[in-house]
Design a protein around this ligand. Structure first.
Ligand code: ARG
Length: 458
């Protein structure tokens, strides 16, 4: 005879190590609050539908309330022999209030129960993630407002391209995060839906009211197909995908932070609180946190790929494979929350080395486009202007100077269209300031952009 909750038809028990392999309590205990919440809604509905008596409902709810207090104080002693969070809590409930606790499972299965827990859990966590994204966005905006007129080299191919406002550069990450935020909230409608009452897969013979239990749990709708309700893990895949894409954004930003912190760039300095030293090289200040975030993008992608692969070949409806949806989800959640918090602090406390940036934009050829545009404005076809400018750049390289250092007479050897006012155009500040096109790096446009961004933050 087996001692399991489902042991009736079994003649012998599995050995401990087999139980351990099948158990999920080691990780699904993180669903304890949601499992109790779901049970309270379920039993309330069972009472309202006269499936359980009032006394039974009161006894069960009282037991669940006691378990909730213990859960909040971390006093529950979960056991592998009780397999998962659902059976652990059911066992604790019956130990507490007697056999009436067994009536809680009327009209439901662990299959709809676990799906319900996951929906409840993610619904709360996604709200928290959105708030953390906003906090990070605010830190970006604060730095951006400080550095609207701080000039910086803009890159393509990691080669100096055109001068830009430093604020414009970092605001790019604001907009990436804005889309991440949108994706998380748009996905919410597929999280905010109740599978409870789907039973094992086919629904139930009890006269339950699924809309009512959904309402009690705060869900906006219910699954229309009981098989879909217990088989669907799309909402978790979406969460992992949205998290992965966001981690790719954080990783790109982390990469720039790392590059900017090098002696070669020195564009920024990270606060000591977000850096680490070396155990052998006393001079080192390493951007470990940024590197870790860049690395953690990898585990987020892994979790996404893992779940997609788990799901791809399983027939309807529930299969135990689906228990594998949890660890990756918890891990990604942990990764995303940690990365957002760290990044917010890192950006809020970093020092932007204005002088280094200033020097950088003055010691390069990133104003070459200005020269070509100048000639084009004077009527020269742009292709020809490009060629003339390229020749002047080459002359400068040979002389070891920059365009602003080239005497006008030298320039005019390539084109008589070049006049004294070309030097105004070549000043990096002019190159930035004059880019007034909507969304461009012109200071006025950056200001407009930041003002717009601020309206999107609560
Ligand atoms: N621990 C299981 C899981 O996470 C709960 C559902 C078990 N259902 C079942 N029929 N074995 O998926």
């Amino acid at each position: 005879m087996s001692t399991k909750a489902w042991g009736g038809r079994f003649q012998k028990s599995a050995e401990q190590w087999v139980d351990e392999f099948g158990a999920s309590i080691g990780f699904d205990q993180q669903l304890v609050t949601e499992d109790i919440e779901g049970s309270i809604a379920h039993v309330t509905m069972l009472g309202e539908c006269h499936i359980l008596t009032n006394e039974e409902v009161v006894a069960i709810k009282d037991g669940l309330a006691q378990l909730k207090v213990k859960a909040d104080n971390n006093e529950l002693d979960f056991k592998v022999e009780n397999e998962d969070i659902h059976l652990n809590l059911e066992k604790m409930l019956t130990d507490l209030i007697g056999p009436v606790g067994g009536k809680l499972h009327t009209g439901r299965s662990r299959n709809d129960q676990v799906a319900t827990d996951m929906h409840l859990f993610l619904k709360k966590r996604v709200v928290e993630i959105i708030a953390l994204i906003e906090k990070f966005q605010s830190a970006i905006v604060v730095q951006a407002e400080e550095h609207i007129t701080t000039l910086a080299p803009g890159y393509t191919h990691l080669q100096r391209a055109q001068p830009i406002s430093f604020a414009h550069h970092i605001m790019t990450y604001f907009w990436m995060l804005e889309r991440d935020k949108q994706r998380f909230s748009e996905a919410m409608k597929r999280i905010d839906i109740s599978p409870l009452g789907a039973g094992a897969l086919a629904g139930t013979t009890f006269p339950i009211n699924r809309e009512r239990s959904a309402e009690l749990m705060g869900f906006s709708s219910v699954y229309q197909n009981s098989i879909d309700a217990v088989s669907d893990r799309d909402f978790i895949v979406e969460f992992l995908a949205n998290s992965s894409l966001m981690m790719s954004h954080l990783s790109r930003f982390a990469e720039e932070i790392i590059i900017w912190s090098t002696d070669e760039f020195k564009f920024i300095e990270l606060d000591d609180a977000f850096s680490t030293g070396s155990s052998i090289m006393p001079q080192k200040k390493n951007p470990d946190m940024a590197e870790l975030i860049r690395g953690k993008a990898g585990r987020a992608y892994g979790n996404l790929m893992g779940l997609l692969t788990v799901l791809k070949g399983i027939p309807l409806a529930y299969n135990k494979d689906m228990q594998e949806d949890k660890e990756g989800m918890f891990d990604t959640l942990h990764t995303v929350v940690g990365s957002l918090k760290i990044f917010e602090g890192m950006v809020r406390t970093m020092t932007v080395n204005k002088d280094v940036l200033h020097k950088a934009v003055h010691n390069d050829f990133s104003n070459a486009t200005e020269l070509a545009d100048y000639l084009a404005t004077k009527g020269m076809p742009f292709r020809e202007a490009h060629e003339v400018t390229g020749k002047l750049v080459f002359t400068c390289i040979q002389k070891g100077i920059y365009l602003l250092d080239l005497p006008l007479e030298e320039m005019q050897k390539e084109s008589v269209l070049l006049e004294a006012d070309v030097f105004d155009v070549l000043a990096p500040v002019a190159a930035v300031q004059r880019r007034h096109s909507l969304g461009g790096t012109g200071f006025d446009q950056v200001k407009i952009q930041i003002d717009h961004a601020k309206t999107l933050l609560k």
